[in-house]
Design a protein around this ligand. Structure first.
Ligand SMILES: [Zn+2]
Ligand SMILES: [Zn+2]
Length: 749
């Protein structure tokens, strides 16, 4: 077994001494076990015995007992802690005891559903008839599955457009539905989560119409608000099982910061270069290592840089690992890793979702993956048996650099919360229509769909009020018009012109920023260049792109306050949360070199303005908080810098991407008549991000002030006040002024 001192030496020998920002050890933990419940069905006990399972971890037994009491349960324990068995036990036990009982398993991706189907097959409990029902299921198989299977695995999209609108075909299944399993529940947040929360409500309602009240069993990565997430997803309470009793090997955590090349500008050595140096160093010592990068291109570069650093024989034992591999290809890589034939794998973070690739010595995360939950999942691959090493190689991003200086913010706090808002009218209306299509909606549905659905019904154009309730008066099935990953039904299609494939959707309010003509568009880690944006057919034609520049849109933004919902005295000023209207006009874009971010060209654009309603948190600093900063342009620069750094740190509190958040700062706002900073939810209608900022304002501002205090640059850099999405291209930013303002706010707390 490798000792901590050895890791320290090893990292020291790979680096030059200054890169190691923090080294910590997470101690080993003994398993806490519980006896197999004596009430388990013989078929389940036999299957467990065949797999050599003689007892349970305490949290698995706790989940089984909680499910036995009849309510919903959410299990939120660490990676590889046996969450799957925790929800499988009550389900398999029920299905084994009652041949009529049915269960539905939801997975966010097809690959995960396949993995789960395979594990259920391997477990081999007599009487369990599991089948996948998704877009790939052949039509002739579907009917058979509906009649035969007692455990159906699918995804939210299929449930939404394929199952619920055709509930007449699923009558028997719904009547006997006892359990709904929602695995990887933390994925259901933001826009997607807000939609899925409505899909689950529609499912509950139809089950009730067919006479069933299914229990929901959730499994989630570790988050701050598991009970709240389960409640937001179903509208019902859930018992929280969070006391992780699985054994854990000792693990060393290393925070690795690429060396500072220019302190004044805040310029650091390449993240990919550092990652490849670490990968080569670890693999060269015979350690099995997985390296997670954010894009396919980065993963490929790390793979090739690391190969260049090694002799040919060792380099041959490195492999890239891509999303889109078949289960056979994945198992082949897994097998080669387990046998030690492969030593190093580079991957995009597609792998982060639960798929098992065996027990490795080291895991390297290249750049913070966006959420602590994802990072923990990546790190969870390292050292499941022996002492493992988990590394985060920081990018220049503000949040990454903040973690390098404030390790407890990453390693010890649990503040990151999954948030969603099912009642956002932009999300809800489509589901009210879909529900009315499925069965007339009346007062009795408040218990499942929620009171908001009835409030919205009169506003949904194609609904008609009849004595039976609200009914669908349109022709087609409305669910098909409601994409689960967007808040606007009139989203733009992004089409690969070289193949005709639809890559995805760009929400209308963001299309002009992300898929304007000439934009470099990222999809699943691949780069595309936008050839044409057709405003009439709402279609962006893109083609694969291999260039070494990216683009940044320049835009003009205005906000107007529609309705303050909450106003409180916080940090010595008036803090507001409410509804705002945001108008944006993209006026130009810049091409920037990937290597150093330098501007290559500015290209004007002629695009119409877009307006959308959303939620925002905003504040007006008091005069004494701005003392000495009142002169222009210092005032604007200070507010602008504060806005950027606040946006950079909000994802630490609310699970989201900084691209989900917008901001505006002005020395004089028409509605407040004063200098004002707005941070708004980038999705029409809002999904709860700004609200979380309002609720956690003190902690959020505190983190932001520490970010600015600690950044070694002189006048602001990409790691503190500059933003990769600034509509003003990072003009007018004053780091010192922003820090002064935030410190004065905190001093009045
Ligand atoms: Zn800086
Ligand atoms: Zn800006």
């Amino acid at each position: 077994m490798t000792s901590v001192a050895t890791w320290d030496d090893l990292l020291g020998s790979v680096g030059e001494g200054e890169e190691l920002a923090h080294l910590a050890t997470e101690p080993a933990r003994e398993a806490r076990t519980a006896q197999l419940p004596s009430s388990l069905q013989p078929a389940v006990l036999e299957a467990l015995a065949r797999r050599g399972i003689r007892d349970l971890y305490a949290h698995q037994a706790e989940a089984y007992e909680a499910a036995g009491r009849g309510g919903n349960v959410i299990v939120t324990t660490g990676t590889a802690s046996g969450k799957t068995l925790a929800f499988n036990l009550p389900v398999l036990d029920t299905l084994a005891a009652d041949r009529h009982a049915r269960a539905l398993y939801l997975y966010p991706t097809k690959a995960l559903a396949q993995d789960q189907a395979r594990s259920l097959g391997e477990l081999g409990v007599a009487g369990i008839r599991a089948a996948i029902y998704d877009g790939d299921t052949p039509t002739e198989r579907r009917r058979q599955i509906r009649g035969w299977a007692n455990l159906v695995l699918t995804n939210p999209d299929m449930l939404h457009i394929g199952v619920l609108p055709r509930h007449d075909l699923w009558g028997d299944f719904l009547h006997n539905l006892r359990f709904v399993v929602v695995d990887e529940a933390h994925v259901y947040r933001g826009v997607f989560g807000s939609h899925v929360a409505n899909v689950l409500r529609r499912l509950r309602r139809l089950a009730r119409i067919y006479g069933a009240e299914p229990q929901f069993l959730f499994a989630s990565a570790t988050i701050a608000n598991a009970g709240e997430l389960a409640r937001a997803l179903t509208g019902q309470e859930a018992a929280v099982v969070e006391d992780d009793a699985a054994p854990r090997a000792e693990r060393t955590i290393a925070l690795w910061n690429p060396p500072l090349l220019d302190a004044e500008l805040g310029l650091r050595a390449s993240t990919l270069g550092e990652a490849s140096r670490l990968l080569a160093g670890l693999v060269g010592r015979g350690l099995r290592t997985i390296c997670f990068a954010k894009s396919r291109k980065s993963a490929e570069l790390i793979h090739s840089f690391a190969s260049d650093r090694l002799d040919a024989a060792t380099a041959a034992r490195l492999a890239p690992y891509r999303a889109g591999y078949t289960p056979q290809q994945r198992r082949e890589i897994e097998r080669r890793l387990v046998e030690g034939d492969l030593l190093g794998v580079t991957s995009t973070d597609a792998l982060e979702l639960g798929i098992d690739i065996g027990d490795l010595d080291c895991a390297i995360s290249v750049g913070f993956p966006g959420t602590v939950a994802s990072l923990r999942q990546q790190w969870g691959r390292a050292g499941r048996r022996g002492h493992g090493l988990a590394i985060l190689v920081a990018s220049e991003d503000a949040l990454d650099q903040y973690f390098m200086r404030e390790p407890p913010a990453l390693l010890e706090r649990r503040v990151e919360a999954a948030i969603l808002d099912h009642a956002n009218p932009r999300v809800l209306d489509g589901h009210v229509a879909a529900a009315a299509f499925e069965a007339p909606v009346d007062e009795g549905d408040v218990a499942t769909l929620g009171p908001e659905a009835l409030e919205r019904a009169p506003h949904v154009p194609e609904l008609r009020h009849t004595p039976r309730g609200w009914v669908w008066a349109g022709k087609d099935a409305p669910a098909a018009r409601v994409p689960l990953r967007s808040t606007s039904p009139d989203a733009f299609l992004v089409v690969d012109a070289s193949t005709g494939d639809v890559l995805g959707l760009a929400e209308r309010e963001r299309a002009y920023t992300t898929v304007h003509e000439g934009a470099v568009y990222l999809h699943l880690g691949r780069q595309y260049l936008v050839r044409e944006l057709d405003l009439h057919s709402r279609r962006a034609l893109v083609e694969p792109f291999d260039g070494d520049w990216y683009t940044q849109a320049k835009k003009e933004t205005q906000t107007s306050i529609e309705e303050p919902l909450r106003v409180e005295r916080r940090l010595g000023l008036e803090l507001s949360f409410g509804r705002v209207s945001v108008t944006e006009q993209v006026v130009a874009y810049q091409k920037k070199a990937t290597a150093d971010g330098s501007t290559l060209e500015t290209v004007p654009l002629d695009l119409p303005p877009t307006t959308f309603d959303t939620e925002a948190v905003w504040f007006v600093p008091r005069p004494h908080q701005l003392e000495g900063l009142e002169a222009m342009p210092l005032l604007l620069s200070s507010l602008h810098a504060a806005e950027h750094s606040l946006i950079a740190l909000l994802p630490l509190w609310a699970m989201c991407d900084r691209w989900d958040i917008g901001g505006l700062s002005t020395n004089l706002h028409l509605d407040t008549g004063a200098p004002t900073v707005f941070v708004y939810d980038g999705h029409a209608g809002g999904v709860g991000i700004a609200q979380r900022g309002f609720e956690q304002f003190e902690g959020w501002v505190g983190d932001t002030a520490r970010l600015l205090e600690g950044c070694p640059c002189e006048r602001g850099c990409p790691s503190c006040v500059q933003s990769p999405k600034c509509g003003n291209l990072n003009e007018f930013l004053d780091k010192a002024g922003a820090l002064t303002l935030l410190q004065r706010m905190l001093a009045t707390a």
